[in-house]
Design a protein around this ligand. Structure first.
Ligand code: NAI
Length: 250
């Protein structure tokens, strides 16, 4: 029987790379994102062209009711969800020193990155518990541990995503559901385009032992390994996809 993956924010960047890879691996793919279907039709078609059946669901992960509705619509179409990829995430609109972080920006970033990941996981977990199987993969960031004082709300939100990996892994293990995390470093997408020059300099200076930008396919390859069921006796594990950034050297 064909496997089904639900990917949040799968219309561009890392999420689209993941959708294409899982479709290539034979998954039917449901994509949940904010834009209207008219705007993302081409991207959805590109996933379709890889041979999977693709369902696009428009909605906002920051709304728990919309997360629940997304799970219902996916199950109505495919009967089950084998893999959830919590990829949707946003950076603050303005990079401001943490002494100037606004409540509005914090609410916005926490809404998508924290509430979105939590309530998608919660709604999907209940479905996976009925199935007695499933894999949840959280896309966090090196910002879960590396300090950027000009985007505190993003760093805090990604540290929270890491704790969600631990919490859901613990809660769901007895139900046949495994939870994993991928920590990307600097990946070339629309999100990093506004700060490309800064990251070019960091790459040239050797901040990343593997001296190049990461690409969505690098993250998608790691997702594919977790989604393949290759780690049946492991849960709560993290793969760093960061060019070795997490290594400490002197
Ligand atoms: P992106 O900005 O290119 O794409 C984000 C996707 O999420 C889009 O499809 C967008 O429609 C969707 N999205 C945004 N808000 C949403 C909401 N409220 N509800 C549903 N969908 C929503 O971002 P990118 O670079 O592809 O990042 C994907 C994930 O990877 C994010 O969680 C990000 O924090 C994380 N990440 C990215 C890194 C990078 O260097 N690009 C590095 C580390 C982590």
């Amino acid at each position: 029987m064909k496997q089904t993956a639900l990917i949040t924010g799968g219309t561009r960047g890392i999420g689209l790379g993941i959708a294409q890879r899982l479709a290539d691996d034979g998954f039917d793919v449901a994509i949940f994102a904010t834009k209207s279907l008219d705007v993302v039709r081409e991207q959805i078609a590109a996933v379709n062209a890889a041979g999977s059946d693709t369902l696009y669901i428009r909605g906002n992960v920051a709304c728990a009711a919309e997360c629940a509705s997304c799970v219902e619509q996916t199950v109505a179409r495919y009967g089950k969800i084998d893999v959830l990829v919590n990829n949707a995430g946003i950076a603050p609109k303005v990079r401001a020193d943490l002494l100037d972080t606004t409540e509005e920006s914090m609410d916005e970033v926490f809404g998508v990155n924290i509430k979105g990941t939590f309530f998608m996981s919660q709604a999907t977990a209940k479905q996976m518990m009925r199935q007695k199987s499933g894999v949840i993969i959280n896309i966090s960031s090196v910002s879960a541990f590396a300090s950027s004082v000009n985007r505190a709300e993003y760093c805090i939100s990604k540290a929270a995503v890491s704790m969600m990996t631990t919490l859901f892994a613990d809660r769901l293990a007895a139900h046949g559901i495994r939870v994993y995390e991928i920590r990307p470093g600097i990946i070339k997408t629309d999100m990093t385009a506004p700060v490309a020059e800064k990251y070019n300099r960091l790459i040239d200076n050797g901040t990343f032992p593997i001296r190049r930008w990461g690409c969505p396919e690098d993250v998608a390859k790691a997702v594919a390994v977790f989604a393949s069921g290759s780690f049946p006796y492991s849960t709560g594990e993290i793969i760093n996809v960061d060019g070795g950034f997490h290594l400490k050297s002197i």
